[in-house]
Design a protein around this ligand. Structure first.
Ligand code: COA
Ligand code: AMP
Length: 630
């Protein structure tokens, strides 16, 4: 069925549409209806009984597809490629679930997963799903403190980790980071299962730490345990406006139905097809389309450990597409920009047979038209921008390859997917005319698979997403919808920035900078970066009588952000200023400073306290290379 028919079918009968979609899932007990008007925004398939792991693995084995490849691990870091069938995956996951169950981890218990891009990370998630435990994966590029914050919030009974991750030019020992986080956290889980990688083995704490391979080898496999449709499948923390991350909750049944619908319809992936998503299991993209989505569809997923460039070169993605006969490939625009920078003529692309590739999907940040044009020209397949968030778990707007592509409009992630009623509102909450910029809000209820609340923080959920525009979910993005219904996402409306497709909070960085003894006041802004989309820059006002030099303080705050938040923050630039520009009511004018850093024309805000400060800011930013000469 074509997109317009699908969307109008959903509009005319949402309940029937989602009940129909739910038939792609195996249920222990079908839900009596799709939508339940309960909780802050409603819940989906709440009285059904279902298991995610069964739907991702066991049902394919039971249907006779145990020999099909489920997972290809392609590590550009070690040069190794490993394949695992659905039957092998079932055995590993059932045993790992057995290890957890034998240590008292069961229904509703939280399990934190802190692992790099290795198949064990996927197995860890599925093992939790098998027994109804709620996982929370923490991205490996976060520092020990961020891990500790998540441990205290999620209160896990167990932690699943690897001894190390592999980054270009360095091994990242995860276990010492985990030990440091456990020292810092108030909550102390009793069990850590650690996968020892040969590149760097970890010291173990007797009585608490178990060796993964030994434990799995001797474990008794356990079966899938059915859970209620509204049982939380996982918590995934994401950046908000403060240093305290938001624990996005995903309910089990809605998640299954949304992924079972979106994998074939949007990405055109079905049983036996190979889907390559170059992201990380620590992000929502990894949850939905590296781990769960392709397996629910009975497809093969590629777990890629490496970078788009430098491991060993800008041809790595194309080698993987050719070697594994990838049908759909999904990554962040920043990754393609990195490839384009190293191989502008696309010379390396010609070395590989890309005949299996049907489309390149981009998300995580705005796909700039230059990048799309370059990729279309060299790959000769459609390049599809699509827009979504950790909160929604699957695309809000996309161009559905499986349902028949609509014409691509560069700069737009195309059209709303069924379940999403996208509205553009002015500050007072009134809809604006097509083509007019405003806040993007989604009319409630949201579709299956989206967040029902935040973990242990329902008030924050209401305040962050529901209160501003009653009856809507506020996305935090600003943009417009054109006359033909194409959505354009232009900016964030809050203090969240997007660095290399990673969502980061400037507020969290400001909290770290403020903790420096010499810093009286500070602001962190996101400035345009040709590779990473945005980069954070800190502006610091020092306390009177500080003896340290400005250079010393700047170096120290850079190290502090790396140590407290992690290398992923990519916080490399700070400058010292005498004063920060503020409104007369004392609000720091971050957006004005970001415009100065980007070299945009700046109108002096009418509410500014002292317009002369803007020249001081201009000079300070010029001193650290902004606006950068591109
Ligand atoms: N574990 C430990 N450290 C990690 C890490 C991990 N899993 N992932 C990243 N880091 C570190 C990197 O080593 C780097 O450290 P450095 O400052 O010592 O160099 C830092 O975090 C920043 O990493 P990254 O943002 O990946 O930048 P990069 O300079 O290494 O690479 C790109 C630049 C564009 C090639 C890279 O950002 C990229 O491929 N991004 C893809 C983004 C993506 O997939 N986003 C998911 C949304 S779909
Ligand atoms: P995350 O929750 O980390 O996936 O980040 C979600 C945010 O990234 C969105 O709210 C947007 O601000 C941004 N984003 C993701 N995809 C796109 C896209 N295709 N175009 C523009 N912005 C995007």
């Amino acid at each position: 069925m074509a997109y317009r028919d699908i969307y109008s079918q959903w509009q005319s009968d949402p309940e029937g549409f989602w009940m129909g979609a739910s038939r792609a899932i195996d249920w222990t007990r079908s839900s009596s209806r799709a939508f339940f008007d309960q909780g802050p925004v409603g819940e989906w398939f709440a009285d059904g009984m279902v298991n995610t792991c069964w739907n991702a693995i066991d049902r394919h084995v039971a249907a006779g597809h145990g020999d099909r490849i489920a997972v290809i691990h392609d590590s550009a870091m070690t040069g190794q490629v490993a394949r695992m069938t659905y039957a092998e995956l079932q055995d590993r996951v059932a045993r790992l679930a057995g290890v957890l169950a034998a240590h008292g981890v069961g229904m509703g218990d939280r399990v934190i997963i802190y692992m790099p891009m290795i198949p064990e990370a996927l197995q860890a998630m599925l093992a939790c799903a098998r027994i109804g435990a709620i996982h929370s994966v923490v991205f490996g590029g976060f520092a020990a403190h961020e891990l500790a914050v998540r441990i205290d919030d999620a209160q896990p009974k167990a932690i699943l980790a690897a001894s190390c991750g592999l980054e270009p030019n360095r091994t990242v020992p995860y276990k010492p980071l985990l030990d440091k986080a456990l020292d810092e956290a108030r909550h102390k889980p009793g069990l850590c299962v650690v996968h020892q990688r040969p590149e760097c083995t970890a010291d173990m704490t007797p009585g608490r730490d178990l060796d993964w391979d030994a434990a799995v080898a001797s474990a008794t496999p356990v079966d899938c345990v059915p859970v209620a449709g509204n049982h939380p499948a996982y918590i995934l923390y994401t950046s908000g406006t403060t240093g305290q991350p938001k624990g996005v909750v995903r309910h089990t049944a809605g998640h299954l139905v949304a992924l079972a619908w979106s994998v074939p319809q949007i990405y055109d992936i079905g049983p036996g097809d190979v889907f390559f998503v170059a992201s990380d299991v620590g992000w929502v993209v990894g949850h939905s389309y590296i781990v769960y989505g392709p397996l629910i569809a009975g497809a093969t997923t590629v777990i890629f450990e490496g970078k788009p460039v430098g491991t060993p070169d800008a041809g790595t993605f194309w080698r993987i597409v050719a070697d594994h006969k990838v049908k759909s490939f999904f990554t962040a625009p920043t990754a393609i920009r990195a490839v384009k920078r190293d191989d502008p003529q696309g010379g390396l692309i010609g070395n590989y047979d890309l005949s299996s590739l049907r489309a390149l999907f981009l998300a995580g940040e705005r796909a700039d038209p230059d990048t799309i044009t370059w990729a279309e020209h060299h790959l000769k397949v459609p390049v599809i921008d699509h827009w979504w968030q950790t909160e929604t778990g699957w695309p809000i707007a996309a161009n559905p390859l499986g349902a028949g592509l609509l014409p691509v409009r560069k700069g737009s992630p195309s059209v709303p997917m069924p379940g999403y009623a996208v509205h553009v509102l002015d500050e007072a909450g009134h809809p604006v005319a097509p083509g007019t910029l405003g806040a993007i809000a989604l009319k409630l209820p949201l579709p299956p698979g989206t967040l029902p609340t935040l973990w242990n923080a329902e008030d924050r959920f209401r305040k962050a997403y529901l209160d501003h525009f009653p009856g809507y979910y506020e996305t935090g993005d600003a943009g417009f919808v054109d006359d033909d219904g194409y959505v354009f996402i232009m900016a964030r409306t809050d203090d969240v920035i997007n660095v290399a497709g990673h969502r980061l909070s400037t507020g969290a960085m400001e909290e770290v900078l403020s903790a420096h003894p010499a810093v009286a006041e500070c602001a962190v802004i996101g400035v345009a970066d040709p590779l990473k989309g945005q980069a954070p820059v800190g502006l610091l006002c020092l306390k009177k009588g500080v003896t340290a030099t400005s250079q010393q303080v700047m170096t120290e705050v850079v190290a502090m952000v790396r140590d407290r938040i992690g290398p992923v923050a990519a916080f490399k630039t700070a400058c010292v200023v005498d004063r920060l520009p503020k409104t007369r009511s004392g609000k720091i004018l971050r957006a004005t400073m970001a415009k100065i850093a980007d070299g945009e024309e700046v109108k002096t805000p009418a509410t500014i306290d002292d317009p002369a400060i803007l020249d001081e800011i201009r000079a300070a930013l010029a001193g650290v290379g902004y606006p950068c000469k591109r």
